[in-house]
Design a protein around this ligand. Sequence first.
Ligand code: GDP
Ligand code: IMO
Ligand code: MG
Length: 431
Amino acid sequence: MSNTVVVGAQWGDEGKGKVIDMLAESADVVIRFQGGNNAGHTVVVGEEQFILHLIPSGILHERTVCVIGNGVVVDPAVFLEEIDRLAARGVTVAGRLWISDQAHLIFPYHKHLDKLKEAQVGAGKIGTTGRGIGPCYMDKAARTGLRIADLLEPGSFRLRLKQNVEEKNLIFRKVYGADGVDFEKILADYTGFAKRLKPFVAATPAMLNRWVREGKSLLFEGAQGTWLDLDHGTYPFVTSSSATAGGACAGTGVGPAHINRVIGVVKAYTTRVGEGPFPTEFDSELMETIRTKGKEFGATTARPRRCGWFDAMLVRHAIQVNGITDIAVTKLDVLDELKTIRICTGYRLDGKLLESPPATVEAWGHLTPIYEEHPGWLRDTSTAARLEDLPEAARRYLKRLEALLEAKISTVSVGSKRDQAFHIERGNEGK
Ligand code: GDP
Ligand code: IMO
Ligand code: MG
């Protein structure tokens, strides 16, 4: 059986939710391995739209088992709310949704700190989602964090929570001149969450490895994207987890030898939400056109997404650091009405051609993208059901992307609905 990792190869929102939903049809288990409810993964089923923040996008397939791995940071209020919202829409999760007892918990003080830190730096802010993701991973790395398993040990939980709240309240008051948080209220809320969470809690690394031995097919659902990865992204304008394929092993306890395929999801253009470098960002007129046609507003915060041309330099690098075996291109239809389409093939810095993207934001701010121009197809692609249905110029655009990326495109998406996508079969690829 094949085990597949799906990652974003740009700055997130590439359409991973849709690709996971497509692949989940032939997978036994879908697993989130990093990030938290900063993610917003959209799946459209018939006329209904579901936005999932924590629960894997495989949940809409009745027979698929879903797991929130140890690498994810969990806001229990959001997790329980998401379950309730799904139940209200007829999606039941009991017996097929598991959450790692090693996953770290997000607390109100993480969200408070996230917002205070952003407000303090003002113009230099990251533009986080404000969900407490960074501060929660800070505590995890500092070895002071609390995990799901701790929630189920009331005595020690109370003690460690108290220590954390006292330390955080000192920071809030002394560093930020802000109000603290209320220990008793948090304790009462989280004690309530513990009761409801308990049936979902499991020792997921052992569980997943048993399924691997049994030959089940695992699908690892990345959140965010390569260029938001803590190590490989446009640091410091990144998130606080490993959003690249390596994160799938650390964040689940399934070893790298069990991974057979890594799919990189890219939009046919580029978007970014939040601050930070973006070499191919559009000017205001094109920005408006693509944002409107592509409905480019954040699935988590509803912020308008910044839009730009496809950047082959970014994606080529993403292919390397993830070991991407094949590419899924989404939102090709959004380019249907453009007369000419540009692709960034590389960057120049101080007149010199760069071999790989730079490491500092200062350099990112000074580089000049190199473009080539292609004719648009000026035809509706949203009903294409196979490669041959696409206009010649659209096929040429995809071929050119493959040549620049030195990678094969295995999936093309031309709309948000389930039937608006097709696989490109080639020999035994996509096995
Ligand atoms: P994710 O975070 O990577 O899962 O992506 P998001 O769900 O945040 O954003 C992708 C958006 O594009 C969602 O609203 C999807 O419904 C939509 N979408 C996905 N694929 C396509 C496509 O091929 N064409 C169009 N027009 N929309 C798409
Ligand atoms: P999905 O999984 C796009 C961005 C934020 C901000 C930076 C850090 O839907 O692709 P954080 O709250 O993580 O500390 O914010 O990362 N960001 C995302 N951008 N898609 C996402 O997730 C994102 N998750 C975080 O906008 O720039
Ligand atoms: Mg998203």
